[in-house]
Design a protein around this ligand. Structure first.
Ligand code: BG6
Length: 510
């Protein structure tokens, strides 16, 4: 072996980055019970994710799916309607042969979720021959049904809280969708109910942003490289912007959305999770508790401001009639379906906060999200400080532009770093970019729910929200909501659909 070959062999043996890259085969078989199986989430996300897991060999051949719904229908009809929706929503296309294999493992169970008899029938179904002993109960239902369903499962002997040992079979896990409460108090109450039925280690609270490849890449970028982390602090970072901007309005979701608003719908969960991953300390391992401990520390470093400070560092808005960038007419928010008369719900929120910790003290983090805006983009922008000395001659009034690292979550997933470079043949400085595009580098791009379902089946809770984390995440939104209800608060600012994001008080739009 010459030296180069020897080095290559050594690298392969050491398997650089193995811990992060190991891809085991399918997790052991499980019976997946989906409550709310005839709803939108099952049709758009859960079943297409199972289809794609199955297609790529990640869904065990002995796994089974039981869809629970109130609507009377046969299993055949249920499978047929899921075939149609999966054809439309699968990101990898639709192969009838692959579908047939999955469909044969899907059954329908009709019943009223408020009736204990449903759960006894389910318990009987789960011990039929061929059913895997491990169970996942997926609550794809409205938040008011989370606690009653979990408690009914426990009454039918299907919860996990009564099992004494971690290895006792069958394993029984609960997957809970958002919203997790509507404030700290209700989140705590929900946790208490869920814990009566399931042990904390068996509760998998979903924030689908954590299933996104580009969001997980934030961890890889920070902790699988040595060049970013030394700069990742108040000495080099001037400010951070975290944005999830959407062009669509609320569509037919008024019934849910009007009681939530942008702060509860997006800020409390997705944006706060992005903040945690951006600002946390390196965890000691990728163990679920190690990672989640670090995220909770960031949440505890969120300051609690006085009402007038929250008002001075936030802006909220609500869209009125306008057009999306594609020219689609969007009605006034209050004219959307199922909006309460006199509603003051916000469809846009931005807030500037500083974390109370050593690494980021004094660094502004701006979190911004809204609907019916002029662009569809989710990204994190890290603005670095200017070089301490200006060596190069610049036209009067100009300064060197700062380095910005942009992590684009969607669309055009990737990242880029802007830097200053010399213009050839001149003494001018020009802003240039190093770019990486995920889509160009990889053709297989799994959807968030695929990863999350795979992990829930394998019992890996790293990318799920722990109870203390879900509760701590309410502190920011509870503070904002209290300020917005205080006497000095103005109503949400009106913005015509298709507008640019509203600036924060005193913010200069560049
Ligand atoms: C959901 C919100 O959690 O996330 C929606 O309820 C929002 O209002 C959606 O549109 C955005 O998710 P994504 O994956 O499309 O960015």
């Amino acid at each position: 072996l010459d030296l180069q070959e020897a080095l290559m062999v050594r690298e392969e043996e050491a398997c650089v980055g193995c811990e992060l890259e190991a891809e085991p085969g399918p997790a052991s078989p499980a019976a997946i019970v989906i409550f709310g199986a005839t709803g939108d989430l099952a049709a758009r996300k859960i079943i297409p994710a199972l289809y794609n897991l199955d297609r790529s060999g990640r869904f065990h051949a002995a796994s089974r799916v039981i869809g629970v719904g109130r609507r009377p229908m046969t299993t055949e009809f249920f499978r047929g309607s899921l075939a149609e929706s999966t054809r439309g929503f699968s990101h990898s296309g639709f192969d009838p042969a692959v579908w047939a294999k999955l469909a044969a493992r899907i059954d329908y169970l009709e019943g009223d979720m408020a009736d204990d008899k449903l759960y006894s029938r389910l318990a009987a179904r789960l011990v039929e021959p061929g059913m895997p002993p491990d169970r996942i109960f997926y609550l794809a239902v409205g938040p008011d049904q989370f606690a009653p369903t979990a408690l009914a499962l426990a009454r039918a002997g299907l919860g996990s809280a009564s099992f004494s040992s971690a290895t006792e079979r069958p394993s029984s896990r609960l997957v809970v969708e958002k919203p997790y409460g509507r404030d700290l108090e209700s989140a705590r109450a929900l946790t208490r109910f869920l814990h009566e039925a399931f042990a904390e280690k068996d509760i998998f609270r979903i924030d689908h942003y954590l299933g996104k490849e580009t969001v997980q890449n934030l961890l890889y970028l920070r902790f699988a490289n040595s060049i970013f982390e030394p700069l990742w602090n108040r000495n080099y970072i001037e400010g951070v912007e975290i944005e999830v901007l959407e062009t669509g309005g609320i569509g037919s979701r008024g019934g849910y959305y009007d009681g939530a608003g942008a702060a509860r719908d997006m800020l409390q969960n997705h944006l706060v999770q992005l903040l945690c991953l951006t600002a946390m300390e390196p965890p000691s391992s990728l163990d679920p508790e190690a990672l989640r401990d670090e995220k909770v520390k960031v949440l505890r470093a969120l300051p609690r401001y006085a009402n007038e400070d929250y008002l001075a560092r936030s802006v909220r808005g609500r869209y009125s009639a306008g057009r999306s960038p594609a020219g689609i007419a969007i009605p006034d928010y209050v004219a959307e379906e199922r909006i309460r008369p006199g509603s003051a719900t916000e469809t846009y929120v931005a807030v500037r906060l500083e974390l109370d910790n050593w690494r980021f003290a004094g660094v502004p983090f701006v979190l911004r999200t809204g609907k019916a805006l002029d662009r569809q983009v989710s990204e994190i922008r890290i603005h670095f400080r200017q070089p301490p000395q200006s060596l190069f001659s610049l036209p009067a009034g100009e300064t060197l532009s700062r380095n910005v690292l942009v992590l684009r979550i969607q669309p055009d997933e990737g990242l880029w770093l802007s830097f200053n470079a010399k213009v050839p043949g001149q003494t001018r400085v020009n802003r240039s970019e190093l770019r990486f595009s995920y889509r160009e580098a990889d053709d297989y791009f799994p959807e968030a729910y695929e990863r999350l379902l795979d992990d829930a089946i394998a019992g890996d809770s790293t990318l799920f929200i722990r109870a203390d984390e879900a509760e701590a995440a309410w502190s920011l939104v509870d503070g904002l909501e209290a300020a917005w209800r205080s006497p000095g608060a103005a109503k949400p600012i009106d913005y015509p659909a298709g507008s640019a994001p509203l600036p924060l008080p005193g913010e200069v739009v560049r």
